[in-house]
Design a protein around this ligand. Structure first.
Ligand code: URA
Length: 433
């Protein structure tokens, strides 16, 4: 086959801050997927994009080309509208677990195609796999049947959605080009648009435990993704949310499932409940249902969301009544002074949980279901010297020392009570046409 473009020309164009043509973009994504454009050429182009950016039409075309590399799902045959959520990832971010069943209570179907964790942020599938019997892999038909019957499904994204992204994401991971905002936005949105959801709520995290460390970068990523979704006909809205401290009191697979079940039982930490309700409010509204925060909170307290959770877990072979795995060993860290716990750094807690065995360094590594970090005190609360601050959990106690290293200097106790922390910092919606 004669190739219509030359990879080196395309790299030079972006290196010299030029704009790629739609045909160049279509070709380079397709040729990379076919193996005609080599990894070293694509990594060079990705670096040029990281350094020089992309225009809005370039990002839209890049996303469309990645969607075209694979299959598109179709939920239009379901009897109810669909609404999905994507989080850019954070420490202790277990929100999908209570959120999907809560939204399904209100006749909105939630297709959550999720992934496994890499690095310090946990993966939703790893968390759910700590429930005895639960299976992540479903056929498309089984997924559609569960969406119709239960209203919510959290399962592994099949290999058929945006295969170009799978290959490119793996390359970016080893070439220092993950952080390019046009590439993150097109990577996330190609999968969400191909999945076929009618509405999408993006939780763009900002802070030490997130991809985006500054409000400016988080806003740019959110705006780029909202524009991409809107242009593709998906009703898309983004919340920018705080990830400077961990979400809730737990980071680690079974620990986070336990906390999610507390939320579904009407309890759980305030920030987890507040963010679950804020995202459910957006998801239901984006799907055309006016439910409101009070009714959503009621569905967490009165067992309606728990009923859907139990059916959702059972439908995938899980036993919602089974005891969750616990780690073989624990070690507790205590406060060294009286005062207020002013801050607990999200990244440090995420890295500690990862080092304890909750996360993986390479995608083929196993994870420990019971490993992780459990906080006993929320930032802002009073503590006394000697009071337990957090407990580290692992099956492999030789990991404690490295986890403790990551936590050294990661929290502050001060005399004054810190200001109240808001979880939702901003809301980004489609631009007026
Ligand atoms: N998540 C994705 O799916 N892609 C990225 O590029 C970054 C985070």
């Amino acid at each position: 086959m004669t190739e219509q473009h030359d990879a080196v020309d395309i790299i030079r164009t972006k290196r010299d801050r030029g704009e790629l043509t739609p045909e160049q973009i279509d070709w380079v994504i397709d040729a990379y997927t076919r193996g005609v454009v080599a990894d070293e050429q694509m990594s060079s182009l990705a670096m040029a994009i990281l350094l020089n950016g992309m225009t809005r039409p370039e990002i839209a075309r890049w996303t469309a080309a990645m969607i075209a590399s694979g299959e598109r799902m179709d939920f239009s045959g379901l009897s109810r509208p669909t609404s999905d959520k994507h989080s850019t990832g954070g420490v202790g971010d277990k929100i999908t677990l209570p959120l999907a069943p809560l939204v399904a209570v209100f006749d909105v179907a939630v297709p959550q195609l999720s992934g496994r964790g890499l690095g310090h942020t946990g993966g939703t599938l790893d968390k759910l796999e700590s429930i005895p019997g639960w299976q992540a892999d479903l056929t498309n038909d089984a997924m559609l049947a569960q969406l119709e019957d239960v209203g919510a499904v959290i399962c592994a994204a099949g290999a058929g959605l945006a295969p170009a992204d799978k290959k490119l994401y793996a390359l970016r991971d080893v070439t220092g080009t993950v952080e390019a905002i046009p590439l993150i936005a097109s990577s996330i949105m190609s999968k969400k648009i191909a999945e076929g959801t009618g509405a999408l709520v993006l939780d763009v995290k900002v802070g030490s435990g997130a991809f985006m460390k500054t409000r400016e970068d988080a806003s740019e990523l959110a705006r780029t993704m909202v524009d991409l979704g809107t242009d593709a006909g998906v009703n898309t809205v983004a919340l920018i949310t705080d990830m400077s401290v961990p979400l809730g009191l737990t980071a680690g697979n079974a620990l986070e499932v336990r906390e999610s079940v507390e939320v579904l039982s009407g309890g759980g930490p305030q920030d987890v409940v507040d963010l679950t309700v804020a995202l459910a409010d957006e998801m239901t509204r984006a799907a055309g249902q006016e439910v409101g925060a009070d009714e959503l909170r009621a569905a967490l307290s009165d067992g309606r969301a728990m009923d859907v959770w139990r059916r959702m877990i059972s439908a995938q072979g899980g036993d919602p009544d089974a005891d969750l795995p616990t780690a073989a060993e624990t070690e507790t860290i205590t406060a060294d002074a009286d005062g207020h716990l002013e801050h607990v750094d999200a990244l440090a807690v995420g890295v500690a949980a990862w080092r304890l065995g909750a996360g993986r360094a390479r995608k083929e590594d196993p994870v420990q279901a019971g490993a992780g970090v459990e906080l006993h005190v929320r930032p802002g609360e009073r503590v006394s010297a000697g009071q337990p601050l957090m407990t580290l959990h692992t099956d492999t106690p030789e990991r404690f020392a490295r986890a403790q290293e990551s936590l050294a200097g990661a929290w502050r106790i001060s005399d004054a009570a810190p200001a109240q922390r808001e979880v939702v910092l901003d809301r980004i919606t489609a631009r007026e046409a």
